[in-house]
Design a binder for this molecule. Structure first.
Ligand code: SF4
Length: 504
């Protein structure tokens, strides 16, 4: 932080900020409806296939018990739960009389610790938090022995693009933040889309989507510290525990890095203080703002307000963020810094049914594992697997219908609930998607199948869209109509022949 205050190191509007297309601070505030209708457990969304409950999962962590609870929740609906791009879970197809039992069930199952804070427990963290080794090249090399004896196929792409490994653990901080959020009645007023993020330094967290984030970075990048303090110079140190002493968290506002860094012990108080300051500014300047970027002057306004709110000042100066591509979490396995294994799996269509949720819980129990972790890539990671059990866990995930290799055509493929789960369905989109998954490559553009014109879950500009109507299936590319098919078979045929054709 400069002597005069916390400074965003990129001009507002220079980076894409959450909730806006351009990142222009304040742009979206006037466009927001006065009432935030973001769904939760207590406020269901009336979707085409029935009531939809959005269940927040701080840090994406689902324990054995919460997995079982979610399985029971799906029994109240149409048997399906879907993973969201914010690492939450949506329970679908709920009839009106399921609302009260759902609340009771999820509250008893540790998924609704505070009714007042139902929709504000939005906390992203890496499924691999504190576990990614510093020298990924070495980690990949050691995967050779593991993969040679396994049936996983190509593993090890999980962290291929990570610049360095985990610098600071975040599991405990996520739990502390969740508890502190729920303990503060004032923070129940946060918008349902306001997003916290904690990145352990490995880069797997979608900080660009967050309102307030803390990102671990080597301490050598903080001015005034010696280069020798860089954990990358220390030859490993306590990497086996997935943490380094030579790192701090940097505060990011609306995805823009600021000059303020803190020790882990100050992380949760800073996040809470930042959220409270946002609420104060929101009340004064933009009562319908959902995000930091919605405030007039966005991150700069919040940084300035924080400067007066914080009791201490850091000794840092303004830094320009190093630009790097964020690594993507793909299906596969990673040998953790402590030698254990984390396996990431992809549920086809980003969806888990009752059987799969129960099965996941049973798999954790069978192998003595604590939890499975959701990511914004709509994957599930099972960390902390002893190496001699990794093959069995991977086999168990595949037996549940999950994909454990990165070369799957299921990546980027989604569909609505469809036949058997929604009475409006005109075609069986899930069966169609299963065929389509065999035709597509893992790098194919995002594709969504809708079983009726209501287009549940379909982005307006999805790269490839297929929408069933009474007589035909409409095919779109980037939101533009590109043809009609007489039936599902015809649509599959047309898709394979027009996959690479540019838009007219
Ligand atoms: S068929 Fe699909 S798109 Fe239509 S209402 Fe049901 S879930 Fe929504």
């Amino acid at each position: 932080m400069s002597r005069t205050g916390i400074v965003p190191t990129v001009a507002p509007g220079a980076a894409t900020a959450p909730g806006t297309a351009s990142g222009q601070a304040g742009d979206a505030a006037t466009a927001r409806p006065a009432v935030d209708r973001c769904p939760g457990i207590l406020r269901l969304h009336d979707a085409g296939d029935g009531g939809l409950a959005r269940v927040r999962v701080p840090g994406g962590r689902l324990s054995r018990r919460t997995l079982t609870t979610l399985a029971d929740a799906t029994r109240l609906g149409n048997g399906l739960a879907e993973l969201t791009s914010r690492a939450s879970v949506q329970v679908r197809g709920l009839p009106a009389d399921a609302a009260a039992p759902l609340v009771a069930l999820l509250a008893a199952g540790e998924l609704l610790p505070s009714r007042a804070h139902d929709r504000v427990r939005n906390v992203l963290a890496s499924p691999l938090a504190g576990r990614v080794p510093g020298a990924l090249g070495a980690a990949h090399g050691s995967l050779g022995d593991f993969t040679a004896a396994s049936a996983h196929g190509s593993l090890g792409d999980v962290a291929a693009a990570s610049a360095h490994g985990s610098l600071l653990p975040t599991d405990a901080l996520v739990a502390q933040l969740d508890a502190a959020l729920c303990a503060d009645p004032a923070l129940a007023a946060l918008p349902g889309r306001f997003l916290f993020a904690l990145d352990d330094g490995a880069g797997f967290v979608d900080v660009a989507a967050s309102d307030v984030a803390l990102v671990a970075e080597p301490i050598a990048r903080v001015p005034g510290r010696s280069a020798g303090a860089d954990p990358r110079d220390a030859g490993g140190g306590d990497r086996a525990a997935g943490a380094t002493a030579g790192a701090r968290f940097r505060l990011h506002l609306a995805a823009i890095p600021t000059t303020l860094t803190v020790e882990p012990g100050d992380a949760v108080p800073l996040l809470l203080r930042t959220a409270l300051t946002f609420l104060t500014l929101r009340a004064e300047l933009a009562p319908t703002a959902w995000h930091v970027a919605d405030l007039p002057d966005g991150a700069a306004a919040l940084a300035a307000a924080l400067t007066t709110a914080l009791a201490h000042a850091s000794s840092g100066r303004s830094l320009v963020q190093e630009t790097s591509d964020r690594p993507l979490l793909a299906p596969g396995a990673l040998i953790q810094a402590d030698g254990r294994v984390a396996i990431t799996a992809l549920p086809p269509l980003a969806r888990l049914d009752t059987r799969q949720l129960d099965g996941l819980s049973e798999l954790l129990v069978a192998h003595g594992l604590d939890d499975a972790r959701l990511s914004t890539a709509r994957t599930i990671t099972v960390p902390d697997i002893e190496a001699d059990r990794a093959d069995a866990v991977a086999a168990g995930l595949r037996a549940l219908g999950l994909v454990t290799t990165p070369d799957s055509g299921w990546r980027g493929l989604t569909a609505c609930s469809g036949a058997g789960a929604c009475r409006r369905a005109l075609v069986d989109v899930r069966a169609a998607a299963a065929v389509r998954a065999t035709q597509r490559g893992p790098q194919a553009p995002a594709e969504h199948w809708s079983a009726c014109p209501r287009r549940c879950g379909m982005k307006r500009d999805v790269a490839v869209g297929i929408v069933a109507g009474d007589d035909t299936l409409l095919m779109t590319r980037a939101g533009v109509a590109r043809g009609e098919a007489t039936d599902v078979e015809h649509a599959l045929e047309l898709l394979t022949t027009t996959d690479e054709r540019p838009a007219a």
